[in-house]
Write a protein that binds this ligand. Structure first.
Ligand SMILES: Cc1cc2nc3c(=O)[nH]c(=O)nc-3n(C[C@H](O)[C@H](O)[C@H](O)COP(=O)(O)OP(=O)(O)OC[C@H]3O[C@@H](n4cnc5c(N)ncnc54)[C@H](O)[C@@H]3O)c2cc1C
Length: 438
């Protein structure tokens, strides 16, 4: 059996289930894609008006238009740099995710490359050398934790001529480090491809879910319009929307018209037995054990800027140490870049502030002079779903599964979390065994 064959064949050991998913964001699309390939009948319900993104600068006046944070994200895959923001056990999941992303994007039929793994850069101006050293000390300390897997590289100081060789477009920083093995993924193209390539999945848009609940022999999605849809198993991956139902002017009275196709589905005959098999996880984390109870999710505001700058010359993601922001520049194509991102403890979804825009763009321009003539094509805002300890959580009860709290590293963690969750539930086999590291 080839390494990728699990991606194309039904998991013959897993009985086919009717599975309902609340949320078609990053986790929802990955789950639908994987579960459909495992031979399950999957339906996905989302509050958004359709499968594509609605960026904040496209909808400045209509209030909250639900759109997944997964679309807004820059798609940095940074297990080393995220050690500054996440516990080592959480950041360590990122290495497995990068391996899984390689397999997933290889299976997606898209014309453009979705993933790039060539390392990333950490830069500091002369005045920020002290702050840079403190960050590097924290990264080195976290990488000595027993939960951090061996065999992966660490931040490596680059002499200025080494930096010029790797990224000639960068000018101005006094210090640079290469973070080997880090990468970035095209978030919008990957979300679009996961949606387009999920065989037989039924997607319901404008269908906010108020509650996901286990029941006798199965589980149900309670839609905001009062309808209840029964399944063998139900999954809650509503991100920030799992906290409370944010009203949108796009939904009718009671939260959404509800797709007509839904009527005939209520209720599906529940399957009396759910698979009880739970397998040992290949690399279980004490942070991710199933816990009962509601998820007290909050939103953390993030602002990001899309730039058009043909010939910018950047090939790797770049982080610049900055007194107020964790500034990064991510090349999206030879003509497009993203500059992000603020991190503000607020659920305010109003448009990007002048202060954030000026600070982020000035910082980016200070290391990439080509940005002087860049054109601003997108100003976007979204909320990162976070739990009180800023760690992700998988909660599996009989018939239901919830995953939330992916915070600022959802793209870094999602494939590994989905893999762990599906192993816990027994609903799908792991995609492939983790690669042995030299
Ligand atoms: C500015 C910014 C930059 C980021 N950059 C990165 C990065 O570089 N790297 C990285 O790893 N991560 C990054 N992230 C984080 C990442 O985007 C999130 O962690 C990830 O999207 C969370 O995935 P999710 O599926 O839980 O939520 P989402 O992707 O937000 O999806 C939730 C879905 O649920 C739907 N929904 C909400 N309420 C309801 C309801 N009541 N009923 C039905 N559906 C509902 C929403 O419409 C949405 O489609 C960034 C986030 C932001 C905001």
């Amino acid at each position: 059996m080839s390494a990728n064959s699990y991606l194309f064949h039904s998991d013959s050991m897993t009985p086919s289930l009717h599975i309902g998913i609340a949320g078609a964001g990053l986790l929802g699309r990955l789950l639908a894609w994987r579960l459909a390939r495992a031979g399950h009948a999957v339906q996905v319900f989302d509050a958004a008006i359709g499968p594509g993104p609605v960026f904040r600068s496209q909808a400045p006046d209509v209030g909250h238009v639900p759109t997944a944070a997964g679309f807004t994200a820059a798609g940095m895959l940074s297990p080393i740099a995220e050690l500054d923001n996440a516990e080592p056990a959480v950041a360590a999941l990122g290495w497995r995710s990068i391996e899984l992303w390689r397999q997933i994007v290889a299976a997606l039929p898209t014309p453009q490359p979705l993933l790039s793994v060539q390392g990333s850069m950490l830069l500091a101006h002369r005045g920020d050398a002290g702050a840079a050293q403190r960050v590097l000390d924290r990264l080195a300390h976290a990488a000595r934790s027993p939960e951090w897997p061996g065999g992966h590289g660490a931040a490596t100081a680059l002499p200025m001529d080494g930096l010029r060789q790797l990224e000639p477009a960068i000018q101005g920083p006094a210090q640079a480090w290469l973070l080997p093995g880090e990468g970035h993924i095209d978030t919008v193209a990957t979300m679009t491809a996961l949606h387009a390539d999920a065989p037989g999945v039924r997607w319901h848009w404008g269908a906010p879910v108020a509650r996901v609940q286990a029941g006798e022999g199965g589980a149900a999605l309670f839609l905001a319009n009062g309808r209840v849809v029964a399944f063998d198993a139900a999954i809650d991956v509503r991100g920030v929307g799992a906290g409370r139902l944010a009203p949108s002017p796009l939904w009718g009275e009671g939260g959404g018209e509800g797709p007509a196709a839904l009527v005939g589905l209520t209720p599906l005959a529940p399957t009396p037995t759910l698979p009880q098999r739970r397998r040992e996880l290949p690399h279980p984390s004490p942070l991710l054990q199933a816990r009962e109870g509601p998820m007290p999710v909050r939103g953390v505001r993030g602002e990001i800027i899309g730039l058009d700058c043909p010939g910018h010359g950047l090939t790797r993601p770049v982080r610049l140490l900055h007194p107020r922001h964790r500034v990064y520049i991510v090349p999206r194509s030879p003509a497009r870049l993203l500059v992000g991102a603020s991190e503000i403890e607020s659920e305010d979804r109003s448009p990007v502030s002048l202060r954030s825009a000026v600070e982020l763009m000035a910082a980016a321009h200070s290391v990439l002079p080509a940005l002087a003539e860049a054109r601003i094509v997108r100003l976007d805002v979204n909320l990162r779903p976070a739990l009180p300890d800023n760690n992700p959580r998988i909660v599996h009860t009989r018939g239901t599964l919830a995953i939330n709290g992916l915070f600022r590293h959802g793209w870094l963690l999602a494939p590994a979390l989905v893999e762990q969750a599906l192993q816990q539930t027994g609903w799908a086999l792991p995609m492939t065994a983790p690669t042995e590291l030299a």
